[in-house]
Design a protein. Structure first.
Length: 276
């Protein structure tokens, strides 16, 4: 399936990112980051800013990662954040993440909703706290069971509405990670036609409440090389285990660069707080 001009993402940027979750130890994380930076450095076309790479390592790696990624187009993200500064033992304040050079923070991943009992109210608190700290919330959303695209789009829309407490200006500053829960960790991603249908329906719902210019919606859930060129209206990919081989990350960057050819110069407002 080839992209036509009408099928380009609403943002003029394509986002390609990866979270390491807890799969890599400290030294392995630094080695991986070094090899991933090599994949980025060997693609000078990324300097144009039409494709935005980002990485989300474990919390202890963030200071070293910020140094390793300095002067590169790679944005640094965090896998979670607290909902406020103050007496919250074991949490990490969004303000501290900002000090460390973090630009976006993953919030509401299905694993945290399921295993750490993070409900919609807590997700909303974290989204607001991250935004107040100048970070871009990477809001993870997705239906739990495979069904009809219209039902999935409605479910995801309601997750976004809850996360921003119907503040649609705030919604425009998000990056939405659409990850069908049933596709996370699966052998194959959700079918391209299904993902494209859900995302385009979601964009329609958001446009109806005035969020027509964004937020970017990226797909995650066993995403891997070869998927991005088959999607319609999706703003990029959120990779997991397949990007533990940095060469796969590089392959997806190449796909994104081809997709972004001919895009106009990106405007700063298209990806919330992520870009200056």
């Amino acid at each position: 399936m080839q992209h036509s001009p009408d099928s380009q993402p609403s943002s003029t940027r394509v986002l390609v990112g990866v979270s390491t979750k807890m799969y890599l130890g400290y030294r392995d994380s630094l080695d991986w980051l070094g090899r991933l930076r090599h994949e980025v450095d060997t693609r000078p076309a990324l300097a144009a800013g039409r494709v935005v790479p980002f990485v989300i390592p474990s919390f202890p790696v963030l200071p070293a990662a910020a140094r390793l990624l300095a002067d590169s187009p790679v944005l640094l993200g965090a896998q979670n954040c607290g909902w406020a500064d103050g007496p919250w033992t074991g949490e990490v304040a969004p303000s501290m993440l900002a000090e460390l050079g973090v630009r976006l923070v993953e919030i509401g991943h299905a694993e945290r909703r399921r295993h750490f009992n993070e409900d919609d109210a807590m997700v909303a608190l974290k989204v607001r706290a991250a935004d107040d700290a100048g970070l871009t919330p990477l809001l993870c959303v997705g239906e739990t069971q495979r069904g009809e695209p219209a039902v999935a789009a409605d479910f995801v829309y309601r997750q976004i509405e809850s996360a921003v407490d119907a503040d649609w200006d705030l919604a425009g500053r998000l990056v939405v990670g659409y990850e069908p829960v049933w596709a996370i960790g699966a052998a194959e991603p959700a079918a391209a036609a299904y993902v494209s249908d859900v995302v385009q329906r979601l964009r329609g719902r958001l446009a109806a409440v005035g969020v027509s210019g964004g937020p970017p919606v990226i797909y995650g859930g066993s995403a891997k090389p070869g998927l991005l060129p088959t999607l319609q209206g999706v703003s990029g990919l959120f990779l997991g285990r397949f990007a533990h081989d940095p060469a796969n990350f590089g392959a997806v960057l190449d796909e994104a660069l081809l997709l972004a050819e001919g895009f106009p110069g990106p405007e700063p407002a298209t990806v919330g707080h992520v870009l200056p």
